[in-house]
Design a protein around this ligand. Structure first.
Ligand code: MG
Length: 310
């Protein structure tokens, strides 16, 4: 099953796509959910109902809608893995040398609001090295504490595509990466959450990134150094991973920073991040070098105020 947040009739709705490829809102199935976070917290109870609702003819399909980020407002900061593909370690060795590292690198990314699968990535005037990172995203459905690698799959709701957009000059300016990873608009996600039962093996997925149709990244999630289950288990030791936690699993080689000379994103570029069996994001980079203010996101905020209280 694929879970979406869609905009229809000027409001955000949680929706699901079944095997017939049609998208139906949960409302139309008689399931009232405030937003995707609400669904995540009740997913195990509601999954059979939603599955029935997605069956053709049981609920009206939606024909007029815009696909938004599946989790518009994450419940917490996103947990990220850094340098989790060997070729990415090698290409960035001149910037930070992680070649001798054996333990996973974990860091945090502030996401006040996710960017949409087709949203604009803003190029701020203090950013001179905007980069892309196609990543597998993992979403948890239950609180996880001290769980084993074998138990980890039971806690996973599903998978999504993430672009861990990074302002390299800001990332490197400060001792920690937090600020350079956390600017508004730097977390495109989606287009959906594919539930875990439909992904036979999350470690066998082709992953790629294209900039203006030029292939920049192409790998497979089998190349991850720390795999999904290991990361969930390790992170849960002594730290409760709450339901709704989003984990970005790190990016393969091919980022702009690793190229010689680097080919950073510029205004007008289109970035496409693709993971097989999940879908793709296609984001344009903001057309002007100027400060983006509150008004630039006004339309989006209007929807969030009416449909996503709190
Ligand atoms: Mg990353």
């Amino acid at each position: 099953m694929k879970l979406y947040t869609i905009e229809t009739g000027n409001r955000l709705c949680v929706a699901a796509e079944g095997s017939d490829g049609k998208i139906r809102t949960l409302d139309s199935m008689g399931i009232e959910m405030r937003d995707m976070n609400d669904l995540i917290l009740h997913y195990d109870d509601l999954a059979p109902l939603i599955r029935r609702g997605t069956e053709s003819g049981k609920a009206p399909e939606e024909t007029d809608y815009i696909i938004k980020a599946p989790i518009p407002v994450p419940m917490q900061d996103v947990i990220c893995l850094g340098v989790n593909y060997r070729e990415h370690i090698e290409e960035t060795v001149d910037v930070v040398d992680f070649t001798g590292k054996t333990d996973a690198v974990y860091f945090s990314k502030r996401v006040n609001r996710s960017n949409d699968p087709y949203g604009m990535i803003p190029l701020y005037d203090f950013v001179d090295s905007l980069d892309y990172e196609a990543e597998l995203g993992v979403i948890l459905k239950n609180d996880a504490l001290n769980i084993s690698v074998e138990e980890a799959p039971d806690y996973i709701l599903g998978y999504t595509v993430i672009n861990d957009v990074s302002a390299r000059n800001v990332q490197m300016k400060h001792q920690q990466w937090y600020r350079g990873k956390s600017l508004d608009g730097y977390f495109p996600m989606g287009p959906c959450i594919v539930t875990a039962d439909e992904i036979e093996d999350p470690h066998a997925l082709d992953i790629a990134c294209f900039v203006n149709d030029e292939k920049r990244q192409h790998s497979n999630t089998s190349c991850m150094i720390t795999n999904v289950y290991e990361a969930v288990s390790e992170l849960s030791q002594g730290m409760t991973l709450k339901a709704g936690t989003i984990i970005a699993m790190g990016t393969p080689g091919g980022v702009a920073m690793g190229m010689n000379p680097p080919k950073y994103l510029k205004a007008g570029d289109t970035v496409r991040c693709v993971i097989k069996k999940i879908g793709e994001l296609e984001n344009h980079v903001g057309m002007e070098r100027r400060r983006y203010g509150k008004d630039d996101f006004k339309g989006d905020q209007k929807i969030s105020e009416t449909a996503l209280p709190g």
